[in-house]
Design a protein around this ligand. Structure first.
Ligand code: SF4
Length: 199
């Protein structure tokens, strides 16, 4: 074994798995006012800085040969067919528990659900209750997340809801939309048992 490989194995044994959030694409069907990745409309990045299918396959092979847990994120990593292929290929070469997906619920059909069943967990962002206007998100976003959550829960997928902390979700004087409280009361009824808050 080469010295480099020995060092690499030693590091792996000391630090455990390294979490990688892989933004498979910057393209997203939504246009949120608080987007932290400056997402771009679907089909707007063809031939640009984004990796093509072969480039993504090379990255996947590198991740699979290392000491990584991979969270597929974006943009929306479950929207484009090419990205579905990459995640499907990941499920063939990585253990289920080392793969997670962060998605929006858009286009969430049976094919996407079957892929989600092959990964360790799936995560949806939820920062308002249904029917409450959310200036940070486009119309329909919350309902899309909820549809995805329900499908995943019904399909037996380990499903997580994430609530980013920003003024709307933390406003104490309007408890109906103080998500830290309201979602915690509401989500368990949907089958969600773990809720993360992030900022
Ligand atoms: S869903 Fe996420 S990636 Fe897409 S625009 Fe909204 S914040 Fe950005």
């Amino acid at each position: 074994m080469s010295k480099e490989r020995q060092v690499s194995k030693l590091i792996d044994s000391k630090i455990g798995k390294i979490d990688v959030i892989w933004n498979l694409t910057q393209e997203c069907p939504w246009h949120c006012n608080i987007c932290t990745v400056s997402a771009k409309p679907i089909n707007s990045l063809r031939g640009s800085h984004e990796l093509n299918l072969e480039g993504k396959r090379r990255v996947l092979a590198q991740l699979a040969s290392g000491n990584f847990e991979v969270d597929f994120s974006g943009g929306d990593p479950l929207y484009r067919e090419e990205d579905l292929l990459i995640i499907k290929e990941a499920t063939k070469i990585l253990p289920k528990d080392l793969i997670s997906i962060s998605t929006t619920g858009a286009r969430f059909d049976e094919k996407r659900l079957e892929i989600c069943k092959e990964v360790g967990s799936v995560e949806f962002t939820l920062d308002t209750l249904p029917g409450i206007e959310n200036p940070a998100r486009p119309q329909g976003y919350t309902e899309s997340s909820i549809r995805g959550i329900l499908k995943c829960v019904e399909g037996g997928v380990k499903t997580r809801a994430v609530t980013p902390l920003f003024p709307l979700t933390m406003r104490k004087e309007k408890p109906a939309i103080s998500l830290s409280f309201s979602l915690r009361m509401w989500l368990p009824g949907m089958g969600i048992t773990k809720i993360l808050s992030s900022r």
